[in-house]
Design a protein around this ligand. Structure first.
Ligand SMILES: [Fe+2]
Ligand SMILES: [Fe+2]
Length: 407
C-alpha cells in the first residue's frame, strides 16, 4: 500500500475541517526536501515557516523582511558587458506609459461573455462536476470573475516582489552595465505593479491576499544574502513563472484592456529573463565551485516544483467549496485543469532551456526533472535566442488540450 493511499484512508474517517487541516500540514511538510539537499532545505526553512506555518502573508498590513545582501559600489566606471548595455539601451527605448498607452476608459463588464476577463473555458468546471459540484450559469460567471481577481491579485503581489528584488539586485551586481540595466527593470516592475493594481481596483474591484506558496518564494529570495541566488530566483524562476502565467491569461482573456496590458508586460518580462541568463551564465560556469553549483541546481529544482504544484487557488477553495469538497479533491481538480496544463507548459517551455543555458542542468539533476516529466523541454530556445515577438507567437500558438470541453 503506498503512502498516499494510507493517508487517504487515515483522513477518510475524519470530519472535513480536520481532514483539510491534516492534509494541509502534511502537504506543507512535503514542500521541503524533494531533492534531499540539507543546505537547500535549511536555507528555505525560515521562509517556509514564515509563509506556510505562521501564515505571515495574511498577518496584517505589512510583512517585515530582513534583507541581508551587500551593495557593490562601483568605482571603476568601466563598461565591461556590452550585451548588457545593449539591453539597457533597448529597455530605455521600450519604456511605455501605463497611464497614456492603455485605454482605461474601456468598460469591463463582468456579465458580458464577448469580452470576458476570464472566459468560461478557463475554470475547471468539468473537474468540479466529476467531484459532484455543479454550478448554475450565474454561479459559473461569478466563479470565473473571482478566479480572474485571484489570478490578477497574485500577479500584483508578484510584481511588488519583483520591484524589490530588482532594486536589491541592482545594488548587488558588480557590473556597471548591470546597474544601468537594473535601473530600467526597477522602473518596469514599478509600472507593472501600477497597472495590475489599477486594473484590480478600478475594473474588477476585488482583490485576494498573496498565495502562501508565492509568498514563500518571494520571502526566500528577498531575504537570501547571496546575490546570485536572489538573481536566479527572480530573473529565471519567478520571471519564468510570470511568463507562463501572463501568457496563459493573455491567451484566454477576451477583455481588450487586459490583453493589451499583458502584451506590454510580457514584452518587458522577456527582457528581464534575457538579462538574468546573461548575468548568471558567466557567474555559474566560471566562478562557482562544483558544490555551489550543486546547491543552486537543487534550489532551482525545489522552486520549480513549488511553482508547478502549489498555485492551487486555496483562497478560492475556502471561499467557494469548504464544506462541500475536500481540499485534496480541490487540488486534484486544479492540477488536472486544462488551464493549469497551459500554465505549466508555457512556464517550463521557457524555464528549462534557460536553466540549461546558465549551467544548472547536470545529468544528476536532469534525472530529477525527468522524474517530474519536465525534460521534454530540454534543448529549446533560451532567452538570448528569443525576441518578445517570438515569445508572443509561442504563447498564441499553444492550445491546451481539452480546453473547449472544460466548461
Ligand atoms: Fe514584472
Ligand atoms: Fe520582471
Amino acid at each position: 500500500m503506498n503512502a498516499t493511499t494510507t493517508m487517504d484512508r487515515m483522513l477518510d474517517g475524519l470530519p472535513r475541517k480536520a481532514q483539510n487541516r491534516i492534509y494541509g500540514v502534511l502537504d506543507n511538510l512535503r514542500v521541503m526536501g524533494s531533492v534531499g539537499n540539507a543546505r537547500v532545505a535549511a536555507s528555505m526553512a525560515p521562509s517556509v515557516v514564515r509563509g506556510l506555518v505562521l501564515g505571515r502573508a495574511h498577518s496584517g498590513d505589512a510583512v517585515p523582511m530582513q534583507a541581508r545582501h551587500a551593495a557593490h559600489f562601483d568605482l571603476t566606471y568601466q563598461n565591461e558587458f556590452p550585451e548588457m548595455y545593449d539591453l539597457y539601451r533597448r529597455a530605455v527605448a521600450g519604456q511605455w506609459n501605463g497611464e497614456r498607452d492603455l485605454d482605461w476608459s474601456t468598460n469591463v463588464d463582468p456579465e458580458n461573455p464577448e469580452t470576458a476577463v476570464m472566459p468560461l473555458d478557463y475554470p475547471p468546471f468539468a473537474g468540479l462536476a466529476e467531484k459532484g459540484i455543479h454550478l448554475n450559469a450565474k454561479e459559473k460567471l461569478r466563479f470565473a470573475n473571482d478566479l480572474a481577481s485571484w489570478t490578477l491579485s497574485q500577479f500584483m503581489h508578484g510584481e511588488q516582489g519583483a520591484l524589490y528584488a530588482a532594486a536589491q539586485v541592482t545594488e548587488s551586481v558588480t557590473w556597471l552595465d548591470g546597474k544601468f540595466y537594473g535601473a530600467t527593470q526597477v522602473m518596469d516592475e514599478g509600472r507593472h505593479l501600477e497597472v495590475f493594481l489599477r486594473y484590480l481596483d478600478t475594473k474588477l474591484q476585488k482583490t485576494y491576499a498573496v498565495n502562501d506558496n508565492l509568498f514563500v518564494i518571494l520571502d526566500d529570495l528577498l531575504t537570501d544574502g547571496r546575490w546570485d541566488v536572489k538573481f536566479l530566483g527572480m530573473q529565471i524562476m519567478v520571471e519564468g513563472l510570470a511568463l507562463g502565467a501572463f501568457g496563459t491569461m493573455y491567451n484566454f482573456t477576451k477583455e481588450p484592456l487586459l490583453k493589451q496590458l499583458l502584451k506590454y508586460v510580457i514584452q518587458d518580462e522577456a527582457r528581464h529573463v534575457h538579462y538574468g541568463v546573461l548575468a548568471l551564465r558567466d557567474h555559474i560556469t566560471k566562478e562557482l565551485s562544483p558544490a555551489e553549483i550543486r546547491e543552486r541546481e537543487d534550489w532551482a529544482y525545489e522552486v520549480a516544483l513549488l511553482m508547478r504544484n502549489r498555485f492551487l487557488s486555496h483562497e478560492i477553495y475556502y471561499e467557494w467549496f469548504e464544506g462541500r469538497l475536500s481540499l485534496k479533491d480541490w487540488d486534484d481538480v486544479v492540477l488536472k485543469a486544462p488551464s493549469m496544463a497551459a500554465f505549466r507548459h508555457l512556464m517550463f517551455l521557457r524555464l528549462i532551456p534557460n536553466l540549461e543555458y546558465i549551467g544548472l542542468m547536470s545529468d544528476r539533476i536532469k534525472a530529477h526533472y525527468d522524474k517530474s516529466g519536465l525534460t521534454s523541454f530540454l534543448g529549446g530556445k533560451n532567452a538570448t535566442q528569443l525576441s518578445a515577438d517570438d515569445l508572443l507567437r509561442d504563447i498564441a500558438a499553444y492550445k491546451p488540450e481539452g480546453a473547449a470541453s472544460a466548461s
